[in-house]
Design a protein around this ligand. Structure first.
Ligand code: DGP
Length: 115
């Protein structure tokens, strides 16, 4: 997989507003937020898309969801609620081909039908 902008953020070659980090994961605010809280949770290992996740990475993916849970509480949006989403490839509107989970909240979101 070719290096993406997120690899440069992991290596601190470009800046990001980092809100969480551990040995496996990094989380930072989306540069183009769609909600008052819009954080991206990424694995430090390069995985291009959901299609590329291997069975032995199941624990890592679980850690991404638990990190989102932790950040939601840290951001004070856990009780009101939030959305976690992962886009995959063209129809999923994926733009950056380094796996990332979107954590969005801080306002009433539209439902998936757009209402
Ligand atoms: P997706 O469409 O799921 O691939 O979402 C990619 C997101 O990444 C998009 O919401 C904008 C965000 N993004 C792209 N480049 C940068 C960057 O350089 N810094 C930050 N913080 N976010 C970025």
């Amino acid at each position: 997989m070719s290096e993406t902008i997120f690899s440069k953020i992991i290596k601190r070659e470009i800046p990001a507003d980092i809100v969480y980090e551990d040995d496996d994961l990094l989380a930072f605010r989306d540069i183009n937020p769609l909600a008052p809280v819009h954080v991206l949770v990424i694995p430090k290992v390069e995985i291009a898309t959901v299609n590329d996740i291997q069975p032995e990475q199941a624990e890592l993916i679980g850690k991404m969801v638990l990190a989102a849970q932790h950040i939601a509480k840290q951001e004070g949006i856990d009780e009101d609620g939030y959305r976690v989403a992962i886009n995959c490839n063209q129809h999923g509107c994926q733009e950056v081909f380094h796996l990332h989970l979107h954590l969005m909240g801080g306002k009433q979101l539209r439902n998936l039908a757009g209402h």
